[in-house]
Design a protein around this ligand. Structure first.
Ligand SMILES: Cc1ncc(COP(=O)(O)O)c(C=O)c1O
Length: 226
């Protein structure tokens, strides 16, 4: 993909459209003086090839229901293989409107009302809403902060997962907002604890593609293959 050198130089005013990130509903009354970091979305334009493809689709002018192109699955499978060394089959891919709906669907499908869902705060705020809105019980296993470095509390996780009323863990990998890219041994330990205690891990990996090369992201789903 060709990305123009000056793509990141242009200062684009997000307020021209009602962007949630800069909206007074999110930033409060005196929004001009605040830096909007609460919602993870772009302040840069999408690259020209993306804008061009969208413009072409727009020019067609009809926006009815569409079948997903086969290329989408091929692209996804190749991406995970080449970029993240995880070989997946098309059969295991399920579609969801977005990541958070995927989490809500998993909660509804594999837990009952009143069941506990474990989160590891500080964590992306929408996890709390999903649990509340689906009448599940919020169970917290706070991350441990030591010498400026966050770790998962695996003993705490072991204790909480032993409670048969706690049925699911919402893992955030890499973890928003603390920025840790969980390593293989940490993910393996989470998998071991949850498997032993019969807790389903639902891993939100939306930030998996934007890590530093020194800290490669490991898809949680790939751990069984390693
Ligand atoms: C950890 C995490 N999950 C999910 C989302 C939102 O994903 P989606 O818009 O696909 O539901 C965000 C957005 O900031 C996020 O940080």
């Amino acid at each position: 993909m060709l990305i123009p050198e000056n793509l990141f130089d242009e200062n684009i005013h997000r307020t021209v459209v009602p962007a949630l990130k800069t909206h007074p509903k999110v930033l409060g009354g005196s929004s001009e003086n605040l830096f909007a970091a609460g919602v993870a979305d772009m302040d840069f334009k999408a690259p020209p090839c993306v804008l061009h493809a969208m413009q072409e689709r727009l020019n067609h002018g009809v926006f009815g229901y569409e079948a997903l192109p086969d290329e989408l699955f091929c692209a996804l499978i190749r991406w995970f293989d080449h970029r993240h060394r995880w070989k997946i089959e098309e059969e295991i891919i399920l579609k969801a409107p977005n990541v958070l709906n995927g989490l809500a669907t998993a909660a509804q499908s594999f837990t009952d009302q009143g069941d506990g869902i474990i989160v590891q705060p500080p964590v992306f705020f929408d996890f709390y809403d999903i649990i509340k809105e689906n009448n599940r019980r919020l169970v917290t296993n706070p991350l441990l902060l030591k010498d400026g470095f966050y770790k998962m509390d695996l003993e705490g996780l072991d204790r909480l997962t032993q409670d048969p009323k706690n049925k699911m863990l919402f893992l955030c990998n890499p973890h928003n907002p603390i920025g840790r890219v969980w390593g293989k041994s940490e993910l393996m330990a989470v998998g071991d604890v949850c498997e032993r205690n019969g807790v389903i891990v639902v891993s939100d990996e939306i930030h998996g593609d934007i890590t530093f090369p020194s800290h490669p992201y490991t898809p949680f789903g790939s751990m069984g293959d390693r």
